[in-house]
Design a protein around this ligand. Structure first.
Ligand SMILES: [Zn+2]
Length: 398
């Protein structure tokens, strides 16, 4: 059985793909936690084991089911982010088809994907909705805990219940993230980053987060007092105000570039115009304008150097909700240079030479994820059409 070591605890534990599976006598939701999709992030594994031990000790029965699943087993054992390629960048439908169709042995990560994919489908088949998918991570920089998700109204509505900063729009920058794959199938799915990889607080925060999630999804019953205490614990874990943020820039580390983040940046830190940020082949990279830095990279593996984020004004959140509900996007095809790209009417092809006036931010507002198709065309895909709102109708938070 693979062994996983925690620097924070100086402790080793053994894990299997299914860390544990709890099933209550009463019906309820199916809550699936993933941990260690990145092998150098064992905090989630230790946190899940702790929570399950606690639930069993207190003989707390749960409603529905809870799965705790280990991600990149081979990388976890070696305490590296990945072996051949990032397991959290290969979950695009095309890539999955390609991996499934391979006759020869795949890479380590392809094998991990196949095992996780089979398990994912088995759970969807055997268990009952509503389904919640939660992916537990940690970061290489120091960070206050936060939630990250694909921007669908369903996801937003669920995430609003966490007293934590919520970061939207990662799917526009990361191709093949596990959570995007699941979200595009219409399920509630969110990521939680609990702290720095080897910080003991990352485990502690994660334990509270898992308990809180189980309460939020009605998997466990808590008294009002217990719930308030838990919520305060989650809230106090973060020093960053619990607003919605959007990512608007990603620094890609190009092949052959020696990138090094300058030391000392913490996640969500505000930086001033002209501030030195990183080294690019030993040349200094400066911030152009005042920025708020997100996920600065302080490890050898990974292709994203850092991001910039900004908080989203409440009025915009409210407007986008209204516009999406009335399906304002269906008016867009009346404009020149815009047409449906798919029969399902969930993607638009935008000719930027004609529809010059429509900025990406308008598509974001309407619930679309934008990707540059070629020099002059943008493909924007709706994040709303797939949402399985009906399956969540009877939940307390909905
Ligand atoms: Zn991670």
């Amino acid at each position: 059985m693979p062994k996983v070591y925690s620097h924070a605890l100086n402790e080793t534990t053994e894990v299997e793909r299914i860390i544990d599976h709890l099933k209550g006598d009463e019906g309820g939701p199916t809550v699936i936690f993933f941990a260690g999709i990145h092998g150098n992030e064992p905090a989630g594994i230790f946190a899940l084991k702790h929570v399950i031990r606690e639930l069993k000790l207190r003989q707390k029965s749960i409603h529905g089911e809870m799965y705790a699943i280990a991600g990149n087993l081979r990388a976890l054992e070696r305490n590296v982010r990945f072996q051949t390629e990032d397991l959290n960048r290969i979950w695009s439908p095309d890539r999955i088809d390609e991996i499934k169709g391979k006759e020869e042995q795949g890479t380590d990560e392809e094998k991990e994907l196949l095992a996780l994919y089979a398990l994912f489908n088995e759970i969807l088949e055997k268990s009952t909705p509503p389904f919640y998918f939660i992916d537990l991570h940690t970061t290489s920089s120091e960070t206050s805990p936060f939630v990250v998700l694909n921007d669908s109204l369903l996801n937003r509505k669920f995430a609003m219940n966490y007293p934590l900063p919520v970061v939207l729009g990662i799917e526009e920058y990361l191709v093949g993230a596990l959570l995007s794959f699941i979200n595009e199938l219409g399920y509630v799915s969110l990521g939680y980053e609990s702290g720095q990889h080897d910080d003991i607080n990352a485990i502690k925060n994660c334990i509270d987060f898992v308990h809180f999630t189980l309460a939020l999804t009605n998997s466990v019953n808590l008294s009002k007092k217990e719930l308030t205490a838990l919520k305060n614990g989650v809230m106090n874990s973060s020093k960053v105000s619990n607003k919605f943020y959007e990512i608007y820039y990603q620094y890609d580390i190009k092949h052959g570039i020696d990138f090094k983040m300058l030391p000392g940046f913490v996640n969500f830190q505000e930086i001033s115009d002209g501030e030195n940020v990183a080294l690019e082949n030993n040349a200094i990279l400066k911030a152009k304008g005042r920025k708020q830095i997100f996920m600065p990279l302080y490890q050898n593996q990974g292709n994203e150097g850092f991001y910039y984020i900004r908080s989203i004004p409440k009025i915009l959140l409210w407007m986008s909700k209204g516009l999406r509900k009335i399906k304002a996007d269906h008016l867009l095809v009346r404009f020149p240079g815009i047409r449906w790209e798919s029969l399902q009417k969930d993607a638009l092809l935008v000719d930027q030479r004609v529809a010059r006036f429509l900025a990406k931010s308008i598509f974001h507002l309407l619930g679309y994820r934008a990707r540059q198709f070629d020099k002059t065309h943008l493909v924007v895909k709706s994040r709303e059409t797939a949402s399985r709102n009906k399956e969540y109708l009877n939940t307390d938070w909905f």
